[in-house]
Design a protein around this ligand. Structure first.
Ligand code: Q46
Ligand code: ZN
Ligand code: ZN
Length: 312
């Protein structure tokens, strides 16, 4: 297998591009794809202060690394979700990446700072863990970006993630979500801008990028992901991609180019109903935001468990 660019020995094939790459040209491809996404969707400027949501996984560490390589100013934010050994190991990865490169990593710990963890919160709110987790992450990213004076929150969502979310939203015709499924969400109602610079790159490419750059990341999946519908959607799309390379890209970018603005009104109706949470000030459609409601129920749980324990 030869590099399509320089004819040297290739280390990876990218079927979507119908091309093979040596290490140097693959790293260049990745940076070019991120540069193109940033430019095409006006994600970042050189003056922006960016905060990268870092999970310790390949995508978030890679996007942080790539932004720095491309000359953007970016700090990291790690959220401790209290998911047992998984959180301990992922926190370690994020910390060692930051310290080995002399980068600033802000840490927020859900159990220490808010008194509950994701497994407890999900149980208390009768939500599936990923739903409690997702809303907590969104809230805490926003809060950290606002208090730290950052212009933009960067996440490591890649093409596989976005195509799977789109697939799920289409299967269930979640039109308000479809109206918001963009690689850039502008700042409004106190939310910082949110950007996804990896939308032109797949999961396999991000893993290869980390290996070639010597980035150590947490390989194991979150133990709470079992039953997560997105994993099923990803598998279904992988099966299609295997026989028709480029389908995920066409599905997602075709949606952005030709369909997404048809759903903007649905998303805007929800946005226009936003007020401020009476407890924390975060934007919400209700009186109290979903995170404050979750925190209230979750922190009530130890008392209930104590009573149960006493009765036994
Ligand atoms: S961390 Fe949280 Fe993910 Fe774990 S509980 Fe689900 S959403 S799977 S990216
Ligand atoms: Zn080459
Ligand atoms: Zn609130």
């Amino acid at each position: 297998m030869k590099c399509t660019v320089c004819k040297g020995p290739a280390v990876i094939d990218v079927r979507r591009h119908n091309a093979n790459f040596c290490a140097d040209h693959f790293l260049k491809l990745v940076r070019d794809q991120v540069g193109k996404a940033i430019k095409d969707f006006a994600m970042l400027t050189r003056d922006d202060r960016a905060l990268v949501a870092v999970s310790g996984g390949k995508d978030s560490l890679a996007v942080w690394d790539i932004l720095l390589e491309l000359g953007y100013a970016a700090d990291g934010l790690y959220l401790g979700l209290g998911i047992g050994d998984y959180s301990d190991a992922s926190g370690e990865m994020a910390r060692s990446f930051a310290s080995s490169r002399g980068l600033r990593l802000i840490e927020v710990d859900l159990p220490t700072d808010h008194g509950f963890d994701i497994p407890t919160g999900a149980k208390a709110a009768r939500r599936v863990p990923c739903s409690a987790c997702g809303l907590s992450k969104r809230h805490l990213f926003d809060e950290a970006a606002r208090t730290g004076g950052y212009d933009v929150v960067v996440t490591g969502h890649n093409l596989d993630d976005e195509a799977a979310v789109l697939f799920g939203n289409v299967l269930h015709w979640q039109t308000d979500y479809l109206g918001r499924q963009l690689p850039v969400l502008p700042a409004r109602h106190g939310f910082p801008r949110k950007v996804k610079p990896l939308v032109r790159l797949g999961e396999r490419e991000m893993a290869a990028y980390c290996v070639l750059r010597g980035i150590d990341y947490i390989v194991e999946e979150c133990p709470m992901a079992d039953g997560n519908k997105h994993l099923g959607y990803k598998e279904a799309l992988n099966a299609i991609e295997a026989t028709s390379p480029g389908t995920k890209h066409d599905f997602y970018f075709g949606f952005l180019a030709r369909a997404s603005d048809r759903f903007t009104p649905d998303a805007e109706t929800e946005q226009s109903n936003l007020g401020a949470c009476s407890r924390c000030g975060a934007p919400t459609t209700g009186e109290v935001c979903a995170f404050c409601r979750l925190a209230e129920r979750a922190t009530a749980i130890p008392v209930a468990l104590g009573r149960e324990g006493g009765a036994r």
